[in-house]
Ligand binder design. Structure first.
Ligand code: AMP
Length: 217
């Protein structure tokens, strides 16, 4: 049975980590708009050039760019047939409405929107200690999950670095943007009866356990 979920929550709530855990168990498409954008920035594509300044300052990339990107990715066979976890999308009401229209066109429906709840202080603490592998995207933490060899990814040996937008001033801005633009989606999915809350301070597989408990996986 395909799993089709949206992961909501502030930056640093653990959406990427929880998505990776679900993917370990079920072979669904893990679609992270942040990862797709960073890949485009690295390759210097048109999307990357348009997105970079927004990302560096913690602002949202314009909806039309994001919605176009998701339309392409979500229409791929792995996502339509095997299911998907949307990580970092939707982030605005316009994006959520566009997602609904796209799913209608594909004759698909969402199973759940999981909200990872976490305090602002914990977000700042986590993100300022977060490090990511430049090659495979694996996530580490200077306190809670160190690499075996300093600066090298345990999984692929790639370089492990701090994201530019994980610096404290940018983190505060991302939190403000989340509150203003993304948090209205909590009510949006609540109205549809799809919202489930997960304690983001808990272990990395809390989202998977919740999906199991509601019979989605
Ligand atoms: P993330 O890795 O999800 O924290 O995303 C990093 C940055 O990419 C965000 O701070 C935004 O600038 C941009 N971004 C990612 N996803 C979206 C989205 N759905 N809408 C707008 N901007 C996004």
């Amino acid at each position: 049975m395909p799993v089709r979920v949206v992961l909501l929550g502030p930056p640093g709530a653990g959406k990427g980590t929880q998505a990776a855990k679900i993917k370990e168990k079920r072979d669904v498409a893990h679609i992270s708009t942040g990862d797709i954008l960073r890949d485009n920035v690295e390759k210097g594509t048109e999307i990357g050039l348009a997105a970079k300044s927004f990302m560096d300052s913690g602002r949202l990339v314009p909806d039309d760019v994001i919605i176009g990107m998701i339309r392409v990715r979500l229409s791929c066979d792995d996502a339509t047939e095997g299911g998907f976890i949307l990580d970092g999308f939707p982030r605005t009401t316009a994006q959520a409405e566009a997602l609904d229209r796209l799913l209608d066109e594909l004759s698909l429906h969402l199973d759940a929107a999981l909200l990872l709840e976490i305090s602002d202080d914990e977000v700042v603490r986590r993100l300022s200690n977060r490090r990511v592998c430049q090659s495979c995207g694996a996530i580490y933490n200077l306190v809670a999950r160190q690499t075996k060899e300093e600066g090298a990814c345990d999984a692929c040996g790639g370089r492990v670095v701090q994201r530019d937008d994980d610096k404290e001033a940018v983190i505060r801005n991302r939190l403000m943007v989340y509150r203003e633009r993304t948090s209205p989606l909590i009510a949006y999915y609540e109205r549809k009866g799809l919202l489930f809350r997960v304690d983001g301070a808990k272990s990395g597989n809390a989202a998977m356990l919740l999906l199991e408990s509601i019979g989605v996986m």
